[in-house]
Design a protein around this ligand. Structure first.
Ligand SMILES: C[S@@+](CC[C@H](N)C(=O)[O-])C[C@H]1O[C@@H](n2cnc3c(N)ncnc32)[C@H](O)[C@@H]1O
Length: 208
């Protein structure tokens, strides 16, 4: 009696999974978790990314990699994707190439070609978790020049108070206390801190 009932439920789920797999783009980085599927990443997408997307605003993504998060940002009026590695930008270009997007190879902390006070929203995920404090501090100083007053910056960073960050040697020595201090010292106002969603990192949203 149980078997046919189980089968009925299982088949649609299998078909849905195949459909999802076929639909999902071949984006480098999805092996770290697909924000459409993994619950904490979905929360990050829904709370810190999608509400800010606007066809009237300009955005910057730092360290886009293969575009795992870029795909949610492409509807901005203008999107600057800034990466230290030209290879990463070339890979990104293969997946996403809209006329509204500008691909910028930087020196690891700067924003060449982006005008002062031009940016409404800045996002970075999977990148600051690897950056050491002096690089983060320089980025915070440089970012201040390109952000409009009232702009939102959302950055995910390494949180070594969490065991999963302690176990990951590629994660930098950062904590919410250190990050908070760096952000405040750079002259920003902190709008929101999320210390619980991610298992190895935390998220901070701040404004100029
Ligand atoms: C681990 S990948 C994360 C990619 C993507 N954000 C994601 O979550 O899937 C890190 C990305 O940051 C870039 N990157 C590393 N250091 C950087 C820096 N100082 N400034 C800008 N990009 C950097 C790398 O080239 C790579 O594209």
């Amino acid at each position: 009696m149980l078997r046919p009932k189980k089968k009925r439920k299982l088949l649609p789920r299998i078909f849905a999974a195949i459909k999802r797999e076929l639909k999902s783009p071949n984006v480098y980085g999805l092996q770290w978790g697909d924000p459409d599927i993994v619950r904490p990443l979905r929360f990050i997408r829904d709370r810190y990314v999608l509400p800010y997307v606007s066809s009237e605003h300009t955005a910057v993504e730092i360290g886009p990699g293969g575009g795992r998060w870029t795909r949610y940002l492409v509807d901005f009026k203008k999107l600057y994707v800034v990466d230290y590695h030209a290879e990463a930008l070339a890979e990104l270009k293969r997946n996403f190439c809209k006329s509204s997007m500008e691909f910028i190879k930087n020196n690891g902390t700067d924003f060449p070609g982006i005008a002062e006070r031009f940016v409404d929203y800045l996002f970075s995920f999977g990148t600051f978790v690897h950056l050491d404090a002096p690089i983060i501090e320089t980025y915070l100083a440089n970012m201040k020049m390109i952000l409009k007053p009232g702009a939102d910056a959302v950055i995910q960073y390494s949180d070594k108070t969490k065991i999963m960050a302690q176990l990951n040697e590629s994660f930098s020595e950062n904590t919410p206390e250190k990050m908070r201090t760096m952000v405040l010292n750079a002259g920003y106002t902190i709008r929101e801190e999320d210390l619980t969603t991610m298992w190895h990192s935390s998220v901070i949203r701040f404004t100029v």
